[in-house]
Write a protein that binds this ligand. Sequence first.
Ligand SMILES: Cc1cc2nc3c(=O)[nH]c(=O)nc-3n(C[C@H](O)[C@H](O)[C@H](O)COP(=O)(O)OP(=O)(O)OC[C@H]3O[C@@H](n4cnc5c(N)ncnc54)[C@H](O)[C@@H]3O)c2cc1C
Length: 333
Amino acid sequence: MKAIYTELKKALGEARVLEAEPLYKYSTFHLGGTADLFFRAQESQDLLNAVYLAAKFDTPFFVIGGGSNLLISDKGFRGLVIKNETKRIKFVGAKGGKEKPVGQKIRTGVHTVYIEVDSGVSLNRLVRYSLDQGLSGLQYFLGQPGTVGGAVYINAHNMKKGKFFGERLVGAKLIDKKGKQKEVAGEYFKFGYDYSILQKTHEIVLSVVLELIVGDREELWLEATEVINYRNTTQPHGVFSSGCTFRNIPKSDAIRLSTPNLTVSAGYLIERAGLKGYSKGPIRFSDHHSNFIIHSGGVKASDVLELINTAKKRVKDAFGVELKEEIVLVGEF
Ligand SMILES: Cc1cc2nc3c(=O)[nH]c(=O)nc-3n(C[C@H](O)[C@H](O)[C@H](O)COP(=O)(O)OP(=O)(O)OC[C@H]3O[C@@H](n4cnc5c(N)ncnc54)[C@H](O)[C@@H]3O)c2cc1C
C-alpha cells in the first residue's frame, strides 16, 4: 500500500477504513471495481474530517450518497471513497402569526417550517418525515432513490409535476476542496434542470436548510401516493439501473425536430433511433422507459458504456443531437 494511504488510514482511524472494498455494493447499477480506501461517514464531523484529511494527504476522494446516479468503472476508484451515512433531521425555525394574505381569510399560527437535514439522509426518509409532520414541498419526491446530497448535486426533479428539489432549499453548509466548512444561501447553487454549481466547484454538501409549508397531512400523503403510483407505472423495477442515463435535450432541438408536444425527452429520441429494448447480452435499454439502461447481473460497466456510446452515435446520426449523460461516471474508463 502507498505510504500516503497508510498515513491517511491512521488519521481516519485504522479500524474504520476498508481496503480494496468492492464498490458495486454501493451503486444501484450494481457495477464497479474496488476503492483503494473506503470510509463510512456516520456523522457530519466524519464527513468534514474525511474531506479535510483526503486534501491534507493529497489523495483523490469521491463522495457516494445513495449511489443511484452512478456508473462506476470496472477498475474502481484510485483514492478514498467516502460513503455518506450522515442522518440527522432537525427543526430549526418557523414563521407564522396573524396574517391576511391578499384575497384570503385571516390565518393564525405557524405556516412555514424550516428544517436542517444532513446530506446523507435518504430522500425517501426525508419525504416521509415531512409528510408525517404535515409539511408540504417534498411530496413530489416520494419513491425517488438517493440522498439529500445527491439530490442537491443534480437538482433532483419530478418532471411530470415540474418540481425541483432545489426550490425548497434556502441555505446550506458546504465543505470546500480543502476540507473547510462554509455557509451559503440557496441562490449560491444556481439551480437549473439537472444542474447545481456543485458540478463545477466539486464542493461537498454537509447539510441543507429546507423551507416547508404547513399543509394537510392526509392530502399530502394522497398526493405523494399518486406520485409513487405514477413512478411505478412508468419506470422499470426489479432490475439494476441508475435511472435516466441521459439528460433531456435542449428545447431548441425539440423545436427543430418538431417532437410531439415539443417533448424534450431523451428517451423519445432513443426510441426513435430504434433502441427501445435494444440489448447487448443481458443489458438493455428498457422497454418500459427507453432512457433507462437495465440489467439483472452478469455485465460490466464497460458494457454499459458501450450502450451509452451506441445511443449517442445513433441519435447524433439520426437527429444531429448530442446526448449528454445524466449519470456520473466514476473512476477511469
Ligand atoms: C430507479 C431510479 C429512479 C430515478 N428517478 C429519478 C427521478 O425521478 N428524478 C431524478 O431527478 N432522479 C432520479 N433518479 C436518479 C437519482 O435518484 C438522483 O440523481 C439522486 O438525486 C442521486 O442521489 P444519490 O445520493 O444516489 O447520489 P449518488 O449517485 O451517490 O451520487 C451522484 C453525484 O452526486 C454527488 N454527491 C452525492 N452526495 C453528495 C454530497 N453530499 N455533496 C456533494 N455531492 C454529492 C456524487 O459525488 C456524484 O457526483 C433515479 C434513479 C433510479 C435508480
